[in-house]
Design a protein around this ligand. Structure first.
Ligand code: NAP
Length: 275
């Protein structure tokens, strides 16, 4: 699995999604991260298929949404993702959220892996206790856990837990979607000046040095290229400490354990599954 990939959340225009992925392929990205709920799996698949590059060079991740979290629905959802992508297999398929009938959906994942439809199966937004629960009840351990990690929410404990369990940590929203003026933060900019690098590049390097896979998103070709140009410098220990000091230690989006957030964001989908 490449350590640096490209995410396509919130690129709803299909042409724009396809163009962004095509630009990223030209720049050199080979890991692409989409999801059923992003509504752009088809555009991602099309850009990959039309690239002229062998399928085996790509690492394609997608995710099942909670409205398909049952054994039967997950089986359907996997096939829908494969059809939309227009690919014979998905490299990594994730349970997008830690709610609902995890056990049923996971059983469908394990079977799809056996059938060769998915190479690796994993999860997203799982806390250590939820991950341990799944590990104990499953036949196949999750290969990866995709969680929010940025300079504002560094998640050292969860990253360490994933590592201890032999599970890859993937950072979503590495730039916290620009919150708190992250691209102009002075601490990060000072580090960048030492190496002639931008704030975005310093953040990605910080994640890479922590052993975390990450998937920044952009629809601008020059930023797509900038975000990939991070393999020609290293952060030293002092830089890492300065980055670590930026931690606000709270999600920049919503707390995945807040019952009110779970009800308002996922309640309708989960209740509909019982009908
Ligand atoms: P992000 O990558 O942290 O930030 C994207 C934002 O930063 C966009 O507004 C982009 O603007 C801007 N940007 C990117 N590179 C830049 C640069 N070099 N300079 C200045 N601005 C720059 O946010 P994200 O898209 O939410 O997260 C990344 C990926 O993680 C997603 O696309 C998705 O694949 C995944 N994700 C997963 C979950 C989950 O629950 N599993 C949740 C959220 C995201 P432009 O596009 O205008 O350039």
């Amino acid at each position: 699995m490449p350590q640096l990939g490209f995410g396509v959340f919130q690129i709803l225009d299909q042409e724009q999604a396809k163009q962004a992925v095509s630009d990223a392929i030209q720049v050199g990205y080979r890991l692409f991260d989409t999801a059923a709920v992003y509504m752009n799996e088809a555009a991602v698949g099309k850009a990959i298929r039309e690239s002229g590059i062998d399928r085996s060079e790509f690492f394609v991740t997608s995710k099942l949404w909670v409205d398909h979290f049952s054994y039967e629905k997950a089986k359907q959802g996997i096939d829908v993702s494969l059809n939309r992508l227009g690919l014979d297999y998905i490299d990594l398929y994730l349970l997008h959220q830690p709610y609902g009938d995890i056990a049923g959906a996971w059983r469908a994942f394990e079977e799809a892996q056996q059938a060769g439809k998915i190479r690796s199966i994993g999860v997203s937004n799982f806390y250590p206790d939820q991950l341990k629960n799944l590990e104990l009840m499953a036949k196949v351990k999750p290969a990866a856990n995709q969680i929010e990690v940025s300079p504002w929410f560094q998640q050292a404990d969860d990253v360490a837990f994933n590592k201890q369990e032999g599970i890859v940590t993937e950072a979503w929203a590495p730039f916290a979607e620009g919150k708190h003026d992250i691209f102009n933060n002075e601490v990060i900019a000072k580090i960048g000046q030492e190496y002639g690098k931008s704030n975005g590049q310093v953040i990605l390097r910080w994640l890479l040095r922590r052993g975390i896979v990450t998937i920044p998103k952009s629809v601008h070709r020059e930023r797509i290229a900038e975000n990939f140009d991070v393999f020609n410098f290293q952060l030293d220990d002092e830089d890492m400490q300065a980055m670590n000091s930026l931690n606000k230690n709270e999600s920049q989006f919503f707390d995945h354990r807040d019952p009110a957030a779970i009800e308002s964001i996922f309640g309708t989908s989960l209740k509909a599954l019982r009908k």
